[in-house]
Design a protein around this ligand. Structure first.
Ligand SMILES: Nc1ncnc2c1ncn2[C@@H]1O[C@H](COP(=O)(O)OP(=O)(O)OP(=O)(O)O)[C@@H](O)[C@H]1O
Ligand SMILES: [Mg+2]
Length: 384
């Protein structure tokens, strides 16, 4: 992507020879990095390698010792910090919604600071809630604790978008969510970015998430960039053994035909017995921050799924969730060839398949992410 002709909406970010030290310890070591306008860049690397520091230097929450950062050709040292931060939305892992404010008030924090008119604020909140399928009428007056974890995290993202900043910083925003919710929020974020053309810098520990979201992945270690490349390039040509290690299953050296669902599924899956009452189930989902749960019988065998939307629509407080369990969510057996399972997923146009052990207990889920597709093309080659 090229810096736009019109200077006003070009938001390229350039780190030039940036060094950050705490006392004599070098945390960021001569960082040079260009982030193009509208690019989705994911920073990844081991804990302590300097990802959060790299992020926070952009909005001057952390000062650097040497070098320069330019946004839109302006040295950020020369920009007023408040002015600077208006252009930059910031989302952190722990959501950070204000518990005593409604969803609407939470989203409007920055517009209010900017003294937008009441009408303009409401219009913006409606617009944003629509983007993530949370209707204004049903949600605006709720408090954060009345929403599931996934819904709260959506609101955290909306809050960062509210004043239409061209740049969004996201520090492990989905780290605490369950795999299904996480997967659907990743999809939403990717769609949002394609609609809104923001420049996004996203930090994660999770290579699968990085491959799914990024236009460019920046792999850091000890304050240095080991490789900055497209997901495909990083999968095909990891520049360092540590990167290969992070790729784990993704850059398998085994023949792809040997892979089974067990190799590519997500394993940590939360299940709920079908005898749970609807209300208890909602409570559990809130506690665990889940939008969807997998329902099992007394022997742990798979029965179906229940989603928050389903409970809202059909649930009655005293009834068991077996009454509203959706039983048509497709499943596959754990030893199914991974390529066949991915084909099934794509053919059925569903977001995920439930993976079952031979005795029908739940082993995991297989999600429809571009990583599975990327993996498919890397290990099996592109179809003609
Ligand atoms: N205020 C501070 N004083 C001294 N050292 C610090 C300070 N803040 C961070 N560090 C150190 O700087 C290094 C980089 O920290 P940073 O938070 O950027 O890492 P990170 O890559 O985001 O890690 P994680 O994945 O665990 O969030 C770490 O070694 C950390 O201990
Ligand atoms: Mg961090």
């Amino acid at each position: 992507m090229i810096n736009k002709q019109n200077g006003d909406d070009a938001y390229m970010i350039i780190y030039e020879n940036i060094t950050k030290k705490y006392d004599d310890v070098i945390i960021i070591d001569n960082l040079n990095l260009t982030i193009n306008d509208g690019e989705f860049v994911v920073l990844i690397g081991p804990s302590g390698c300097g990802k959060t520091t790299t992020l926070k230097m952009i909005n001057r929450l952390i000062k650097y010792n040497e070098g320069n950062i330019y946004i839109d050709d302006k040295n950020i040292k020369d920009v007023n910090a408040v002015e600077l931060r208006r252009k930059i939305g910031y989302v952190i892992q722990q959501i950070g919604l204000f518990p005593n404010m409604t969803i609407e008030e939470n989203i409007s924090v920055v517009p209010k600071l900017l003294k937008w008119s009441k009408e303009k604020q409401i219009k913006r909140v409606k617009e944003l809630l629509e983007l993530v399928d949370l209707p204004y009428e049903e949600n605006a007056k709720k408090y954060p604790n009345e929403l599931s974890g996934g819904q709260q995290q959506r609101i955290g993202v909306l809050r960062a978008l509210a004043a239409e900043p061209p740049i969004i910083l996201m520090d492990e925003p989905f780290g605490a969510l369950d795999p299904i919710t996480r997967d659907s929020l990743q999809d939403e974020l990717k769609t949002l970015q394609q609609k809104l053309h923001k420049t996004i810098i996203f930090v994660t520990h999770d290579m699968e998430e990085a491959v799914k979201l990024a236009d460019k992945i920046v792999f850091m270690s000890d304050g240095k960039v080991l490789q900055a490349a497209s997901p495909e390039e990083m999968l095909n040509k990891p520049a360092h053994p540590m990167i290969s290690k992070f790729m784990g299953k993704l850059s398998y050296s085994r023949s792809g035909n040997d892979l089974t669902c067990e190799d590519v599924m997500k394993k940590k899956i939360f299940t709920v017995p079908e005898t749970k009452k609807t209300l208890e189930c909602i409570e559990l989902m809130k506690q665990k921050e889940l939008d969807t749960v997998i329902v099992v019988d007394a022997n742990g065998k798979y029965k179906g799924i229940v989603t928050i939307e389903y409970i809202r629509e059909y649930g009655k407080p005293g009834e068991m969730i077996s009454k509203i369990t959706k039983t048509d969510q497709p499943s596959v057996l754990i030893n199914t060839n991974a390529k066949d399972a991915i084909d099934k997923l794509i053919e059925l146009k569903c977001d995920y398949l439930v993976v079952l052990n031979r005795n029908k207990t739940v082993a995991g889920i297989l999600t429809r992410t571009s990583i599975t597709k990327a993996l498919a093309s890397v290990v099996w080659g592109e179809e003609d």
